[in-house]
Design a protein. Structure first.
Lengths: 330, 185
């Protein structure tokens, strides 16, 4: 059918040129991303799991911090949209030789890159980048600030399983202090109309939480009894180990004690007696924040989250790319 | 200003639909290897009607039925002001070795069909692909594609728009031509 004969066709676009923070998005943006994700889910069920939409674009994945899941997820999303992909990780680059972020990125952009997907240890690095370069920027995690695509895939996974996000009660459990996932999740869930609680030891919950209009609990049983969905965060072992990084960073006496007080296990879920949906952004420390009998159970959607990561990232990249003007039409 | 003209009223609409289905019956022996695929978003009204009419005429549904959204295969991505919003694709079978009939309401430049054929090939290698359209706007093709089954051929200039309305969506089966700056009645 020709475009001219379809006056009722629904057209939409994202309200932002970059994806830096969930805070910048409107609820309509999130709905749009979910709508496209639904279509890309179907694409991934085909014998040929690829569409040619981004065949004239180049995307650089700049990972200044380690990542397995997110990097592979973005790379697959990009390849399934037929984009050209270049990968970069800090450990094998000139960053080690003292090059600044802007220089590194400008050098990569000089090779004609349209979209930059960046993970960086410094909060705000993607904002800085977006201000100074022409390419579009997707934040794949900046320090302890935000990890927007993780929040989008989490909300999408909840919506997929429970049919909605609005009106649900979601608790985020564990290391809120060091977690960019927590902050993005809070913004995203609230925009979609869910009620959010954070739960963890006082040393791992920053004081500003009250200002975000979230409930705070230090009692796991109480939190689980309240919620419909529990998002269990990873205890960032690298920050906790004795000697490595200094004992000042230690926020609780021992992993064993943390597991006893804040670990989500079968026993406590049975005691609460509700069918709570369990999420975990990975990588899991089995036996610390979550036990295997919970992680591998039917109420956990941890592997769904990974699968939905690819389709929601396809939707984000597609919608951002759609905002760029392509080559002049012939 | 040119008055909107009606090309097909609801009576003629029904006749054309019957004819198209009889032509399909003539060319698809028993429909055992046939797949009917409606093209989103507006072609699915016609594909549903064809599906129902064929069922009434033949008595049993031997063919497979699906809908395909060509949005991700379009060649005008990033060349239009707003991105198109994709609709559902539902093809629960492989088209490998099948006789596929693509179904759309208005055939104009040929670009949508080109995109749909690209998408179709992701479900296998069909033995044959045919195109059934309700309205063929001649003289405006951008690509060397021709329909196999045509409801009605129309000569309209570019500034005119061919509108197809469906009883289930707009309340009445009707095809009419409006000039782009005319006011709808």
């Amino acid at each position: 059918m020709s475009p001219q004969s379809s006056p009722s066709l629904d057209k939409s676009t994202l309200s932002v040129p970059h994806l830096i923070s969930i805070r910048d998005l409107t609820p309509a943006d999130l709905d749009l991303i979910f709508h496209f994700s639904d279509q890309f889910r179907e694409v991934l069920s085909r014998p040929i799991k690829r569409v040619p939409s981004l065949r004239d674009m180049t995307i650089a994945n700049l990972f200044f911090e380690n990542s397995t899941r997110t990097r592979i997820s973005f790379e697959l999303a990009e390849k399934r949209l037929s984009a050209d992909v270049v990968n970069f990780s800090a450990s094998s680059s000139s960053v080690k030789k003292g090059e600044t972020l802007l220089d590194t990125v400008n050098n990569i952009l000089a090779m004609k890159v349209d979209i930059v997907v960046m993970r960086h240890p410094s909060p705000g690095a993607p904002v800085f980048l977006a201000k100074h370069i022409d390419a579009q920027v997707v934040n794949a995690g900046d320090g302890t600030h935000e990890h927007p695509t993780q929040a989008i895939l989490d909300a999408y996974s909840i919506r997929e399983r429970l049919g909605r996000v609005a009106g649900l009660k979601v608790v985020i459990i564990g290391d809120i202090q060091h977690s960019r996932v927590a902050l993005s999740n809070i913004f995203c869930l609230q925009k979609l109309g869910a009620e959010v609680m954070v739960c963890g030891p006082p040393t791992l919950i920053p004081r500003h939480m009250q200002t975000l209009n979230v409930h705070v609990s230090h009692n796991l049983r109480e939190a689980l009894a309240w919620c419909d969905v529990a998002n269990v965060l990873r205890i960032q072992l690298e920050r906790m180990e004795e000697g490595g990084g200094g004992s000042a960073l230690r926020s609780f006496p021992s992993l064993r004690e943390y597991a006893m007080v804040y670990g989500v296990n079968r026993r406590i879920l049975d005691e609460v007696g509700k069918d709570i949906l369990i999420l975990h952004p990975g990588p899991m420390n089995r036996g610390v924040e979550i036990t295997s009998d919970v992680a591998d159970s039917g109420q956990s959607i941890i592997l769904d989250q990974v699968q939905n990561g690819v389709i929601t990232r396809m939707a984000v990249l597609y919608l951002l790319a759609a905002r760029q003007r392509g080559p002049e039409s012939v | 200003m040119v008055e909107p003209r009606v090309i097909l009223d609801s009576q003629k609409f029904g006749l054309v639909l019957e004819r198209l289905c009889h032509q399909l019956i003539e060319n698809h022996d028993g429909f055992a290897d046939t797949c009917l695929i409606g093209i989103q978003p507006r072609g699915i009204h016609l594909s549903r009607r064809v599906d129902q009419t064929l069922l009434r005429l033949t008595g049993e549904r031997n063919w497979q039925y699906g809908v395909l959204d060509p949005t991700f295969y379009r060649d005008d991505f990033r060349r239009r002001d707003m991105p198109l919003k994709p609709a559902e694709t539902r093809i629960d079978f492989l088209v490998e070795g099948k006789d596929v009939v693509l179904i759309d309401d208005v055939f104009y430049t040929g670009r949508t069909i080109r995109a749909a054929m690209d998408g179709l090939l992701h479900y296998g290698r069909p033995a044959r692909v045919e195109l059934l359209v309700l309205i063929d706007r001649r003289l405006s093709r951008h690509l060397p594609i021709q329909p196999d089954y045509v409801g009605q051929t129309v000569d309209a200039v570019i500034s005119e728009q061919v509108r197809v309305e469906w009883a289930e969506a707009e309340g009445q089966d009707k095809v009419w031509i409006v000039s782009q700056n005319a006011v709808a009645p």
